[in-house]
Design a protein around this ligand. Sequence first.
Ligand code: SF4
Length: 340
Amino acid sequence: MSSLNVSAVDSEKTAVAAEPQTPYADGFRHNWTKREILAFFDLPLMDLLFQAQTVHREYFDPNRIQLSQLCSIKTGGCPEDCKYCPQSSRYQTDVDAERLMAVEKVLEGARNAKANGATRYCMGAAWRSPKGRDMAAVTDMIKGVKDLGLESCMTLGMLDADQAAALKKAGLDYYNHNVDSSPEYYKEIITTRTYEDRLNTLENVRGAGINVCSGGIVGMGETKEDRAGMLQTLANLPTHPGSVPINMLVQVEGTPLYGEGQMDPFDFIRTIAVARLLMPASYVRLSAGREAMSDEMQAMCFMAGANSIFYGEKLLTTSNPLQNTDLELFARLGITPEGQ
Ligand code: SF4
């Protein structure tokens, strides 16, 4: 249980107080106010890093990292209008629409991921939601990944309760569905599905007994208040997401957010640290945008409490650091991947 008390942060900027505020049965707070969260964002960076690293050490080995590999099982041609996404059919990008990959091809990728040290295989499809005709193939993929001894994760868009139950029955460990941003800023980024739709899918996933993976994207022109609002949504869910991916926008030519001003790297690091403070036992994942980060910036993110990365040369459609580059960085930092 975290010993963090934010009221102490207001009065004494560097405090990690003894009195826990844990009104919920799981021992974590789910009633964070925007004001409290903004108080974290406003701490001097070194104080924020110290607090985040202190909490991180209560729950995790600070020198271990979890590796997830991502596979795009159905690329492009998506009817949604997420302004950051090159897979939307509404934007002219280099991403072509493809069909759902064959199950065996997906499992070949999973075997390679396992051989390269990944412990979780994440399969993503550019759909508004899965169609009935796709369910047999995706459940076969889940079973195949599980048979390899890997954790399975899927991101297929919105799910109803029956679909979530079918994925659970196939053995799915995690379902990813990001909230993307704050409730207020979300409307500026996506108009084809509502924030409420997103929360409903998370509820269906939780209700089916699947671990929730949910985070968001920063660097989309949002304010600090929006970043606080996004983390408030995630931390105040009935259960903290087991994984919280924090993405830094990768600007892709042809998408509406191409040409957006670059965010201050320290603001990104602050977002990671505040996520760690609000969701102490969740895996906070450095996700998209790592290729644009220096080794030093990634190390500061790990210091701030990030303990998971997407691993492999490609994310869904954008590039990612080479695996060797990552392994060299871990060796330089004395970090060991989980499962090794
Ligand atoms: S983020 Fe997902 S839902 Fe949105 S356009 Fe891209 S693939 Fe479609």
